[in-house]
Ligand binder design. Sequence first.
Ligand code: NIG
Ligand code: FE
Length: 411
Amino acid sequence: MKTLIINIKELVQVEENPRLKVCGKDMTEISTIKNAYLLIEDDKILDFGEMENIKETQADNIVDATNRLVFPSFCDSHTHLVYSGSREIEYIDKIRGLSYEEIAQRGGGILNSAKRLQETSEDDLFEDAMKRLDEIIRMGTGAVEIKSGYGLNTESELKMLRVIKRLKESSPLKIKSNFLGAHGVPLEYRNRQGEFVDLVINEMIPLVAKDNLADFIDVFCDKGFFTVEETDRILTQGVKYGMRPKIHANELDYSGGIQIAVKHNALSCDHLEFVGDEEIECLLGSETMPTVLPGAAFFLNMRLSPVRKMMDAGLPVAMASDFNPGSSPSGNMQTIVSFACVNYRMTPQEAFNATTINSAYAMGISKTHGSIARGKIANFYITKEIPNLEYMPYYYGTNKVDRVFLNGIEY
Ligand code: NIG
Ligand code: FE
């Protein structure tokens, strides 16, 4: 089955020689072809080029993209989109001045979501998450990583991961699963945090691995949550059971999380509001993708990660939505690109590199996703009629995505 998209005003993020990630100054550039075609065979990209050089004009399905741009789908490398209920009351508490940590101390925050998730059936969690997946598909996302971490006991963590497994089987999105058993300390383990860490290590990780439920292992390594030593122990066990680390770090303080992530060859290290010279030095030369979550920083009104400083030092930067009910109740990657431009002073080109190829790297799929390259999976979207690439972040707040193709099929 062949699909041919013709008369594309601008085909964005094309790669003749695909890269696994884009670093430092290279992030300022994004290759595009004006007046282009894109040819798909089954689920893969077969060819692309300028309309005047088109070789094949026959296909089973021909789509005219006059006045429209085509982009590779967003890769959202950090979400918690399997959850139960919502937390708008805490949102009001935050507006009134309570901090994220104060809300957590009161049994709100992650513990609040955990209590509700424990009471929700697997089927209901699945149905709710499928709706969220449909929502992000319509907004241009083609691949997503989903974390556990609202279970906080063995049974509920496994339940969450089974839901993610079902989502993998049922959704056209490319999905990666991440076991985040150490997301918060349950109330019954207060003052016995070490025992909870032992439970994650000795009981949860082996069971998760036994049913092959997680691609990655995560820890919330930050002030008031899990220490560097605890993170070290958990990641050591996760790696032993075949899960690559991807952790939350340096959101609330210089937690030492970046150093421990790099020590364990983490695929990514996420949040990164607190990054100094030492952290940048540590990330340079590592395989760990610094990943920033502009939606959480916006929603919690936090200090911003020094993204420009990291890029100037030669580091790559990825960006993801952090879609979750507490700190970022949105999976809209188009607004993430707008936040990247306005709050972090990134150019639209840098922001698209951060949310496609680099975020694909951060979920271990940049060989097959994150750009328009021959042989890659045909995950892309056609925009509404818009003037250019820059218009995407500029005209923020509405959906500029018109038609979505995943695995070569229109949704
Ligand atoms: O990535 N930082 C830790 N975890 C989530 C927040 C989860 C929540 O508040 O429910 C995050 O922002
Ligand atoms: Fe998160």
